[in-house]
Design a binder for this molecule. Structure first.
Ligand code: MLT
Length: 387
């Protein structure tokens, strides 16, 4: 037996695991400290009651022979696919068939698993900084990676790849910088992919945070995108499902990959939990939509509060407008991890070190707005004291 040496060579801990490790070590040494968590993008608000009710009803069905469910369809129930097609795509002028929509247990798994569709020899282009799973899974697969630097000077929107990129990971609204792409900017990527026979894996997990008009909510708003793009979506951030686990991935027939992805899912994935899918269905009811909107408004407001508070203190900050993340340059004399440690030790505030998202993230930290207003106010107050 030989282990996967690429996987073996990945650095120690996954980024968010390392943050938890350092935070727990600090908390163990300072049990009295109230640590304020603005690190991992994990939701903090309870689910709307109507979604809880839907889950209760689904659990109850499992208790009776007549309504009990076993395995569901591997790619998800038709009723949930229909909600997605009608509510998430049709209003934006995008028509999909149920066969093109795959219900998942969240964006994270699919973003990693999609890599199995492609030959190892394919080259990969990844934004730098980026959600670490794109790099980690590409490395596990032994692929050559081309980093596309996203820096303040280019507005965190990189130039098109200089070398051939067969697989391109894009995430907009962006994690971690909070940057967005206009329709015209996204059109250039679709054109690139069409002329270079590339595939774009478009991570749309933060779509619900878009507030400005000219920002596309789905890559399929761009003409020709169905031939070259797979879109990965999640209820985690839009509906607070980080623990429930449900999302969806669109693999259009025109990509030529839809049947292969179905084959892969049937072999390796037995489908998303029925209870989670009923919960997702409830997000499309009027009460579900209102509950989600209230939670989103809360997070959007904490993002604005963080952005304003940090910039008033003189920090150079980005994002936070169409995204739940604030990207903040660290003060002189620090790097990403030393500023993370400094904030943890002096303010008991947890952020995410920018370098954990890639080399170009060095010199930045990311603050997450998935928090309570009181905690954000308290974090800003504590940071004000150490300025
Ligand atoms: C984050 O960047 O904090 C992540 O998106 C958390 C996650 O994996 O959902």
């Amino acid at each position: 037996m030989q282990v996967n040496s690429e996987l073996q060579q990945l650095n120690g801990n996954y980024l968010f695991t390392e943050i938890v490790r350092r935070t727990q070590a600090y908390q163990a040494q300072h049990p009295e400290a109230k640590v304020l968590r603005l690190g991992v993008g994990d939701v903090t608000r309870p689910l709307p009651l109507t979604i809880i009710d839907a889950m209760h009803r689904a659990v109850e069905e499992m208790a009776h022979a007549k309504t009990f469910r076993g395995y569901g369809p591997e790619a998800g129930y038709g009723w949930l696919k229909q909600c997605i097609i009608e509510h998430d795509y049709r209003p934006r002028g995008v028509e999909l068939t149920p066969e093109e929509v795959f219900i998942s247990d969240g964006a994270g798994s699919d973003l990693g698993n999609l890599s199995e569709l492609f030959d190892r020899a394919n080259s990969v282009a990844i934004l730098d900084p980026a959600y670490p799973a794109y790099v980690d899974t590409s490395r596990m697969a032994g692929r050559k990676i081309q980093y596309l630097p996203c820096v303040a000077e280019n507005g965190f929107v990189p130039e098109l790849p200089k070398e051939q990129a067969d697989i391109i990971y894009l995430c907009y609204p962006n994690n971690p910088t909070g940057a967005v792409l206009t329709r015209e900017q996204l059109r250039l990527w679709v054109e690139y992919a069409r002329s270079h026979h590339s595939i774009i894996i478009f991570d749309a997990a933060y779509e619900s945070f878009i507030e400005e008009k000219d920002i596309p909510h789905t890559i399929y708003e761009i003409e020709g995108a169905k031939e070259v793009a797979i879109e990965v979506c999640s209820y985690s951030k839009s509906a607070g499902f980080t623990a429930v686990r449900c999302g969806w991935t669109v693999v259009p027939k025109q990509t030529g990959l839809q049947a292969m992805w179905m084959r892969r899912q049937c072999t390796k994935f037995n489908g998303t939990s029925y209870i989670a899918q009923r919960a997702a269905e409830a997000t499309y009811t009027p009460a579900g939509k209102a509950g989600l909107q209230a939670n989103l408004t809360h997070y959007k407001n904490t993002a604005k509060l963080l952005l304003k508070g940090l910039s008033t203190m003189g920090y150079e900050v980005y994002g936070g407008k169409n995204a739940p993340y604030i990207w903040c340059r660290v003060p002189k004399g620090y790097d990403s991890w030393s500023f993370f440690d400094h904030l943890l030790e002096r303010c008991q505030v947890v952020c995410t070190p920018g370098v954990g998202f890639g080399p170009a993230g060095e010199g930045f930290v990311r603050f997450s707005a998935f928090s309570n207003r009181e905690d954000v106010e308290e974090a800003l107050k504590r940071m004000e004291h150490i300025k």
